[in-house]
Write a protein that binds this ligand. Structure first.
Ligand code: FMN
Ligand code: SF4
Length: 410
């Protein structure tokens, strides 16, 4: 069949916007803003190349919504109006590169996964062999510049993190309210900067996902306990943000289908969470999984190699390893009406097509394949190789100075 007629290249709506095809670029931290979070030409090039490459929707790496506790030094920031002009330059460049490509700002707070020099050292044992090789042959990549020296891990509760070997400080209700306002203002600033929508990052162990998980949320106030209470922070963000931007601006979410801890987020729990979130009016759910601490469970329990980062597994070298969060994504799709995106290990056109044809999800999201080949959607459309060139080695996990790029040939 001519790939032009494939379901992969059919349009579908998210909220009030039409996405020209079913290929979403999943968020990847670019390590390319200034150390004060301003947009740079490097960022603009990364996103213009992706837009030219043919993805229907691009989700940026997480942009910080709150001025404290940022240990990802070169993440974009959106907690002040002064970031709007730079972000606007980025959205303009994307829309100029392809007027039909949608660009979405991911909003996040690092929460309990803020690293200090001491706790960050514990991640060393979980770097993939390819990344270790890259670091070994590029000693020049490290610098000490930037970041928040005062960065402090915080979360819903003081639950020890067995990977980072640190205990986050439990947020006060006043702090939670300030963070809610930070997210809601971020939604408005994203719209003012010309983004086509936002995605709340509620996956991978960052702040919002740590509220969703009963393992990391032990609060006994209105933000903990029942599922309704654990999603309250997201509900408040959504309702406040929606008031600021009105109905015609997609607000999406990325969430875990599982974090692999029986007392944490299980598929059953995530389906219940997705049902509550969808009822609020969230425009799309991207289904992922894992938090950094999941890696401590080890290969035997996980069934895959525990390298950073758990949502991005290494060695996706056979078709059956592709789409590793499909089970959870399907379970969510059955229970909600908002579109569902599947992320994690999709590597071949035929697999993406099969998943979409079966109606398992509405979109497939790709992260690493589009780091290696930003033009993969165009390559697929033109009848190019079924399989993406990315070998899932995780050497692109940003360490030190260099901005995000495929490090396979470096
Ligand atoms: C280098 C790198 C940075 C990432 N940064 C983010 C991020 O900022 N926000 C996010 O939600 N996911 C992030 N992810 C996870 C990806 O969005 C995606 O869920 C994961 O890589 C699995 O998809 P893939 O197999 O297509 O790469 C990152 C992944 C990589 C490899
Ligand atoms: S994009 Fe490159 S460095 Fe990253 S996982 Fe794929 S092949 Fe490896």
């Amino acid at each position: 069949m001519d790939r032009k007629n494939s379901i992969v290249f059919t349009a579908k709506r998210v909220g009030n916007i039409e996405i020209k095809n079913r290929i979403v670029k999943s968020a990847t931290f670019e390590n390319a803003a200034t150390t004060d979070g301003e947009v740079t030409d490097t960022l603009i090039k990364i996103y213009s190349d992706l837009a030219k490459g043919g993805a229907g929707m691009i989700i940026t790496g997480g942009a910080a919504v709150y001025p404290k506790n940022i240990s990802l030094h070169r993440a974009m920031r959106v907690y002040d109006d002064r970031y709007i002009p730079g972000l606007n330059r980025l959205t303009k460049a994307v829309h100029e590169a392809d007027g039909d490509c949608k660009i979405v700002l991911q909003l996040f707070h690092q929460g309990r996964q803020v690293t200090t020099a001491e706790s960050g050292a514990n991640l060393g044992a979980y770097l993939s062999p390819a990344l270790m090789d890259y670091i070994g042959s590029h000693p020049e990549i490290f610098d000490e510049e930037g970041g928040d020296d005062e960065a402090e891990p915080t979360g819903p509760s003081s639950v020890f993190d067995t990977l980072l070997q640190q205990t986050p400080r439990a947020l006060t209700v006043e702090e939670i309210e300030a963070i809610v306002n930070g997210f809601a203002d971020g939604i408005l600033r994203a719209r003012e900067a010309g983004f086509d929508g936002v995605q709340l990052h509620a996956a991978h162990g960052w702040l919002l996902s740590s509220f969703l998980s009963a393992r990391t949320n032990k609060r006994d106030d209105q933000y903990g306990g029942s599922i309704e209470n654990r999603i309250r922070i997201i509900q408040e963000i959504y309702e406040k943000g929606r008031k600021k931007v009105g109905e015609n601006f997609p607000v999406m979410i990325k969430m875990d289908t599982t974090d692999f801890f029986p007392d944490g987020t299980t598929i059953g729990q995530s389906v219940e969470t997705a049902k509550c979130i969808s009822t609020l009016g969230i425009d799309a759910v991207e289904a992922s999984g894992g938090m950094w601490e999941s890696l401590t469970l080890g290969e035997e329990k996980l069934g895959w190699k525990p390298y950073l980062i758990p949502e991005a597994r290494v060695d996706i070298d056979t078709r059956d390893k592709e789409g590793y969060f499909l089970e959870g994504a399907k379970a969510i799709k059955k229970q909600i009406t908002s579109p569902v995106m599947l992320v994690g290990g999709v590597r071949s056109f035929s697999k993406a097509e099969e998943i979409l044809e079966q109606g398992d999800v509405d979109f497939v999201s790709l992260a690493r394949p589009l780091i290696r080949q930003p033009d993969l959607p165009r390559i697929w459309l033109a009848g190019g190789p079924d399989k993406a060139g990315c070998i899932s080695c995780n050497a692109c996990f940003p360490v030190g100075n260099p901005p995000l790029s495929c490090k396979l040939d470096s």
